[in-house]
Design a protein around this ligand. Structure first.
Ligand code: COI
Length: 361
């Protein structure tokens, strides 16, 4: 792989972050990008000023949605170190997502290096307050101008960075979720397990409908029988049954969440009975009625842990913990954020340190 080129801005003023970051509204000064062609493979890696992308109106991505993305985070620890949480797993997921989209793989080591360098250059943009972080969004799209349907011959990979606070306006307060059976997000053997724009486009109509009815998000049922719970679209879901914490098993239509995987490992470390299996919505309702559901929570990079206070299906509202975060939700949130901010031992080697890099401009 070629060496990364730099075309950096001279920063005149120190970076000043607003008090309320929100999520995904602010972007740092620089981006990483590189191009792909079948002759040259991935080439032209560069870190440069963030600006609009010149795009041919026939770019294949615009018409046929051939793209993938991922989302991970960098944190500033109490000792002012910069760390990334499980970046290798996210980068591997980009390649996994790319496979079904016919997008060429990237060299995972090289992409990790590019990501580290970009984050290091933009370190002044990383917020230090608890609950805040730098969201890293790598993405790839088919850039060939062509109207026929086939995989693009050219691609662009970019990484953009956004200082963020909580994903949901509720913060860590429990969210209200509507179990959706009027629409489906994905079907097994389709694209549901890929982080690709199509899945998010497929979720918009139902999501807006749910919002109008006062819900924060939708819990999707499987696309075949609409019987089994799958995921929320921006997070995976866990049901805390009395003697078991269960999450839907990865069946090809559910996104393999990195936070989902981390939570499963943490629960195992705590000797909590955690299972990955099919969970029907009827089972959740039956167990709830018997008083056997002690909580429901979502997991995701953006959301971290999001307690679910209310789950509504066909007019039946299930309420957990009187609209307060459950004990397990709080414990998991504290464990994950303590790991993020370097407050506890990193037993599973999930943390990657970002060294300071000074580049002449
Ligand atoms: C994430 O949790 O990183 C996501 O991608 C969810 C959403 C912002 C699309």
């Amino acid at each position: 792989m070629e060496k990364i080129q730099y075309n950096l801005l001279k920063r005149e003023k120190p970076v000043k972050l607003p008090a309320d970051l929100g999520f995904g509204k602010i972007f740092t000064d620089h981006v990483f990008e590189m191009d792909y062609s079948s002759e040259k493979g991935w080439h032209n890696p560069i870190i440069k000023k963030l600006e609009n992308i010149p795009m041919h109106p026939a770019s294949m991505y615009l018409h046929y949605g051939q793209g993938v993305f991922d989302g991970l985070k960098a944190f500033k620890t109490e000792s002012d170190e910069i760390v990334l949480f499980r970046p290798q797993k996210h980068i591997q997921r980009i390649n996994n997502s790319s496979k079904k989209l016919c997008i060429p793989n990237v060299d995972t080591e090289f992409l990790l290096q590019a990501l580290i360098e970009l984050v290091s250059i933009e370190r002044d943009w990383i917020p230090a307050k608890a609950g805040e972080s730098l969201y890293i969004r790598p993405f790839i799209y088919g850039s060939e101008p062509f109207i026929g349907v086939r995989p693009s011959a050219f691609y662009k990979l970019m990484i953009i960075l956004s200082p963020v606070g909580a994903y949901y306006p509720e913060g860590f307060k429990p969210v209200k979720i509507l179990v959706q059976d009027d629409y489906v997000r994905a079907v097994r053997k389709g694209l549901g397990d890929c982080k690709t724009p199509a899945n998010y486009a497929a979720s918009l109509y139902a999501g807006e409908d749910a919002k109008k009815k006062g819900f924060t998000q939708v819990l999707w049922l499987d696309g075949v029988e609409q019987k089994y719970i799958e995921e929320v679209g921006t997070m995976n879901i866990f049901i805390n049954f009395k003697n078991e914490v269960a999450t839907p098993k990865l069946n090809g239509s559910i996104l393999p969440g990195v936070t989902r995987d981390s939570v499963i490992q943490i629960l195992k470390d705590w000797n909590i009975n955690v299972t990955e299996r099919q969970i029907s919505i009827d089972e959740v309702i039956d167990e709830y009625k018997k008083g056997n559901v002690t909580g429901v929570f979502g997991t995701g990079t953006a959301a971290i842990i999001s307690p679910v206070g209310w789950l509504t299906f066909k007019g039946l509202e299930m309420n957990f913990n009187n609209g307060q975060p459950g004990e397990l939700d709080i414990k998991l949130f504290e464990e994950l954020t303590s790991l993020h901010y370097g407050k506890i031992e990193d037993k599973h080697d999930w943390i990657v340190h970002v060294e300071k890099k000074e580049i002449e401009v």
